[in-house]
Design a protein around this ligand. Structure first.
Ligand SMILES: Cc1ncc(COP(=O)(O)O)c(C=O)c1O
Length: 423
């Protein structure tokens, strides 16, 4: 076996969703942040146009969250919630989330992030079906494209084949249908329809390309779940906590889920936390027999310090009325980006409320456009080769949104060698 020489050009950190062979100097080192901006090691400022990774809803540098974390750490930095143990901060967060939930009669399971939450929702759905007298209902229906995470269950549910390649066998009994195609659900064999434990869907597909549902689609999912006896899992890891102008995409689109996965915006990313809202239909079988034990949980489920960060974050969201920010993002950023569509290089602008993407002609190459946009002082995220996503902090200013639009125009002109002169 060859060993990697000391002083190698490769950084010690093996970066996620990056080329393992990428040399040390190819990374942008972010050292500070404030509001909707971050600063690199050379002192260059950027508009954080994706809110980190779709999470930084209250913006960077909010000392209120840091202070709440420190106060919690002074009292009790961590104690687990397995079996007979609990802590008041995790309980308080659960109460708060129940009060905000898009359906009545909810309990909350806490995790450390989105993938764990999706994993948990899949397991809870299957377990509840099993305990409810339907052990045959093990199939999870998900959509293509979609993004649900990287652990085996979440990765298998994810409708992006490139993310599944090379990782060996996937989870069995996950069936995918094209997104927004209710007929594809109706065409599933009767034998499959009768075995569906749950359908999982993002209210607006995020990392799969920023695709809002067409009117009536989510209601159609609800109707099929009711007919099949399946649970509807809404994956609100991006859509939750104000991204669509309400606490939940479920509220924005007026659809009732049975389980809701969340992460990211619950702490604005300040500490890793996620969870699952479990509605009454899924709770009932789990709670029916007092002897049933839920043999599932993560070491950090109910971690009091992450819960303190979430509570402080929710306080900021409420005190600053950040739920009302998304329509303003649509107005300024969405409209501005739509003005860049020229039908030749920039083919479309899609999104809603606080989440947007430009659909690009194949010759543009989204990663190259991202790089050109970095030079303009804006961090957006390429999705595959043909989309560039924007999902800024809810505290983003009008001037910062204008920088995103103007920077993108300059970046497109740059990568097209000046052939693009504006839409
Ligand atoms: C909708 C959705 N679900 C799940 C995940 C996975 O979350 P995590 O990266 O925290 O595991 C993501 C991450 O982007 C997501 O957007």
């Amino acid at each position: 076996m060859t060993s990697i020489p000391a002083g190698s050009a490769l950084p010690a950190l093996l970066h996620p969703f990056a080329r393992p062979a990428a040399p040390r100097g190819s990374f942008v080192e972010i050292v500070a942040g404030e509001g909707a901006e971050v600063v690199d090691a050379a002192g260059r400022r950027y508009v954080d146009a994706l809110g980190g990774l779709w999470y930084c809803n209250v913006g960077h540098g909010r000392l209120e969250i840091g202070e709440a974390v420190l106060a919690q750490m002074r009292r009790l930095e961590v104690f687990h919630t397995f079996d007979r143990f609990t802590n008041p901060t995790a309980e308080a967060l659960a109460e708060r989330l129940c009060a905000l939930a898009p359906m009545e009669g909810v309990r909350v399971f806490l995790t450390s992030g989105g993938s764990e939450s999706v994993e948990t929702a899949i397991k809870l759905a299957r377990m509840a079906q099993d305990l409810g007298g339907h052990p045959e209902r093990t199939v999870i229906v998900s959509r293509r494209p979609s993004y649900h995470g990287v652990t085996y269950g979440a990765m298998t549910a994810t409708g992006l084949p490139a993310n599944q390649q090379g990782f060996g066998p996937l989870l069995p009994d996950i069936v995918q249908v094209p997104h927004d195609d209710l007929e594809a659900l109706d065409q599933l064999a009767e034998g499959v329809q009768g075995r569906v434990a749950a359908v999982i869907a993002e209210p607006v597909i995020g990392a799969g390309g920023v695709l809002p549902p067409r009117p009536g689609y989510l209601a159609g999912l609800r109707e099929r779940c009711d007919r099949w006896g399946a649970y509807l899992i809404l994956d609100e890891v991006i859509c939750g906590f104000g991204r669509l102008g309400a606490w939940w995409g479920a509220v924005h689109f007026d659809v009732r889920p049975d389980l809701v996965t969340f992460a990211k915006g619950v702490t604005s990313g300040y500490l890793p936390l996620g969870g699952v809202l479990v509605g009454p239909e899924a709770r009932r079988p789990l709670e029916a027999d007092p002897a049933t034990v839920l043999r599932h949980g993560y070491t950090y489920s109910g971690h009091p310090t992450t819960a303190a960060a979430a509570l402080a974050n929710l306080d900021l969201m409420e005190e600053e009325g950040l739920l009302s920010a998304a329509p303003g993002i649509a107005e300024r950023l969405g409209t501005g980006l739509a003005g860049l569509v020229d039908g030749e290089h920039v083919l479309e602008c899609r999104g809603t409320q606080g989440i947007w993407a430009l659909g690009l002609a194949p010759h543009l190459e989204a990663p190259a456009l991202r790089d050109a946009l970095l030079a303009q002082g804006v961090i957006a995220r390429p999705i595959g080769n043909t989309a560039l996503a924007f999902c800024p902090p809810l505290v983003v200013t009008g001037a910062q949104m204008d920088r995103c639009v103007e920077g993108t125009a300059a970046a497109v002109a740059d990568v097209t060698g000046g052939r693009w002169t504006g839409a």
